[in-house]
Design a protein around this ligand. Structure first.
Ligand code: DOR
Ligand code: ZN
Length: 349
């Protein structure tokens, strides 16, 4: 039985770091485990321009623990009125790594998202020309679309035509949640890749809803059926280059999770790489963790892989129940808080 595994340092291709006191509270969990992370722009107001991203990056760097070796990779929030020149300049100057498309109203702070993909065609055409990746929250949140079918409907009605119209555009379909999306990514690689979260590899709508309603497992896209989870595990552990790690760690203050209208998001940063290691171990595929966590992402983004390594060891530890926010927001409950986790990162606090 393998008890220790050393891999190139992993990157997280999808994180919500928030801002202010919440940023200070949650950033260390990501920065101690991952070398780089793609930072989501859905602040209020959104990180929409190169100047916004530059300022947000400075706030993140200022909040980093002193001993951290971590690089935030910034994204811009695509809006109907996004200026293609500004985005292209930000990419050229190394401020922006990618652009994020939220369909309007699809998820948390997506009110300013794209109302109709036709409106952003000039920006997409420019990104295609300069090789700038487009990251997509792939859900159609139209009132007639069943919540469990939002991803499938988006993939069929919006993503397929988009890939067809912009064949040179590099795309990431974020947080895959269905077997249908897994198959679609496979069929459209290498133009398209998909990220997979720890919670979509572990949880189902049964674990979220079947034994009492568990608000801390509620996220967008919502976790699906067992057959979807099995397909996601098979994809993540397949070693295929089109699947890679993106935690979608998305902290919300306890008061917002336990409210009558519960905020969507799972704060998994304290146990993310450790949970992936457990999943790969259970599948008998620890040998493919490095491809998923550290190699496939940089390849899709056209970035170098990390030179330094991390070591994961099979040694049970108790996951922290929450992170403390030094401000009015209070506490954030952590995914798997209080559970015994079978793997840990050697040296991570
Ligand atoms: O569950 C989610 N939470 N999904 C998203 O797409 C956004 C995120 C957030 O920002 O809280
Ligand atoms: Zn997200």
């Amino acid at each position: 039985m393998t008890d220790t595994i050393t891999i190139r340092a992993p990157d997280d291709w999808h994180v919500h770091l928030r801002d202010g006191a919440m940023l200070n509270a949650v950033l260390p969990f990501t920065a101690r485990r991952f070398a780089r992370a793609i930072v989501m722009p859905n602040l209020v107001p959104p990180v929409a321009t190169t100047a916004d991203a530059d300022a947000y990056r400075a706030r993140i760097l200022a909040a980093l623990p002193e001993d951290a070796d971590f690089t935030p990779l910034m994204t811009a929030y695509l809006r109907d009125d996004t200026d293609a020149d500004d985005i292209a300049n930000g990419f050229r100057d190394g401020v922006l790594t990618a652009v994020k498309l939220y369909p309007a109203h699809a998820t948390t702070n997506a009110a300013a998202g794209v109302t109709d993909i036709a409106r952003v065609r000039p920006v997409l055409a420019r990104m295609e020309t300069i090789g700038m990746p487009l990251l997509i929250h792939g859900e159609d949140a139209g009132p007639e679309v069943d919540i469990f079918e939002r991803e499938q409907v988006f993939v069929e009605r919006r993503l397929a035509p988009l890939l067809h119209d912009f064949p040179g555009l590099k795309v990431v379909l974020e947080h895959l949640s269905t077997a249908i999306a897994v198959d679609f990514v496979r069929a459209h690689a290498p133009q398209l890749a998909g990220t997979i979260t720890p919670h979509h590899l572990v949880e189902t709508r049964n674990s979220m809803l079947g034994h009492g309603l568990r608000p801390h497992l509620y996220c967008m896209p919502v976790v699906k059926r067992e057959s979807d989870r099995v397909a996601l595990v098979a994809a993540a552990t397949s070693g295929e280059a089109c699947f890679f790690l993106g935690t979608d760690t998305a902290p919300h203050a306890l008061g917002r999770k336990l409210a009558p209208v519960c905020a969507a998001g799972v704060f998994n940063a304290p146990v993310a790489i450790e949970t992936y290691a457990e999943v790969f171990d259970k599948a008998g595929r620890l040998d493919r963790l490095e491809a998923f966590a550290s190699l496939n992402g940089p390849r899709h983004y056209g970035l170098p892989v990390n030179e330094r390594t991390i070591t994961l060891v099979r040694a049970g530890w108790t996951a922290p129940r929450e992170a403390t926010v030094e401000g009015p927001e209070g506490r954030v409950a952590a995914y798997r808080g209080g559970e015994t986790i079978a793997w840990q990162v050697s040296g991570a606090a």
